[in-house]
Design a protein around this ligand. Sequence first.
Ligand SMILES: Nc1ncnc2c1ncn2[C@@H]1O[C@H](COP(=O)(O)OP(=O)(O)OP(=O)(O)O)[C@@H](O)[C@H]1O
Ligand SMILES: [Mg+2]
Length: 352
Amino acid sequence: MILGRKKGVIGLDIGSSSIKLVELGDSKNGYRLQNIGLLPLPPEAIVDGALMDSVTIIDTIRELVTQTKTRTKDVITSVSGHSVIVKKISLPVMSEAELEESIQWEAERYIPFDINDVNLDFQIFGSSAENPEVMDVVLVAAKKDIINDYVSVITEAGLNPVIIDVDAFAIENMLGINYEIEKDETVAIANVGASITNINILKNNMTAFTRDIFKGGNQITEEIQRQLHVDYDEAERIKVGSKIDTTSQPIIQNVLREASESLALEIGNSIEFFQSTSTYEKIHRLYLSGGGAKIKDFDIILQQQIGIPVEIVNPFKKIVYDDKNFDLEYLREIGPMMAVGVGLATRKVGDR
Ligand SMILES: Nc1ncnc2c1ncn2[C@@H]1O[C@H](COP(=O)(O)OP(=O)(O)OP(=O)(O)O)[C@@H](O)[C@H]1O
Ligand SMILES: [Mg+2]
């Protein structure tokens, strides 16, 4: 959804566990890293996708702007979860202008929300491979109230929201600039966040299937809290590897393994569901992103579960940066969590 047109943008990923800021500039053959930042949010700031504590969210965005010293004001952000629906549909071949006219009416058949409560957007991918009389269209509907909440925190933080994207598309863009995916390769992306796992399957460089699973790193934190009787902050520290006493170690290992297996099973189910609707399309690779990609051995457990090669993404793979300004170790550390932010920052205002 385009809300304005200017150049030079900040990619701002407002996640439930942390807000990430990425700014890219141009380099000779692609992108140069200009600014980057990540600041945690308390667990009650965003709950089930709803911005519960705007004051903290606004303060955190302001703090990121101060820390990174960015002077850019235009922001691209994204939403996912319950308030967004992405659907690949087939429609009779028509022009973009014609679809613009009829989108409201067409969408009513596919969107389970009241059409007056959503912002609609679409992208036409040309006539379908199976039937030249119909065209493939990816339809996006996002609830107006959540869009308004995002616009409002960004505006109140002194910035100017210009595009509201969808997490899954941002990751698609991040992959596009960093990885070479053959046109006939079907690949899956799983972005495992704190509260949501976004699945996106790409076929012919186009979204063929998306699904959000309402599970992620939080389940592990909660389980650690429950089993070790510690608070959220302590459980988070333990999860990401802070030292614990030897009697608790097997408990943690167990929690991590069980959570990984359960998440891998869910991801596998989504992939199987997609395959069952697409004459068992072979999936060549699964790209894993989000903080969940950092759960110890999760990539291995997932690969075993789904029988598809799993690769943890490096969103900075082809982005150049000055190592006087950025620490390679830190970039590697936060990499998987920055996938959405990098994807957002690659968008130019004026793009669809
Ligand atoms: N080393 C690690 N081991 C295990 N889990 C980790 C590690 N590092 C980060 N995480 C977990 O990853 C999650 C954060 O990932 P991410 O930043 O992608 O989520 P988010 O965007 O804030 O959340 P969401 O998109 O679900 O709203 C947290 O649950 C965090 O505990
Ligand atoms: Mg996220």
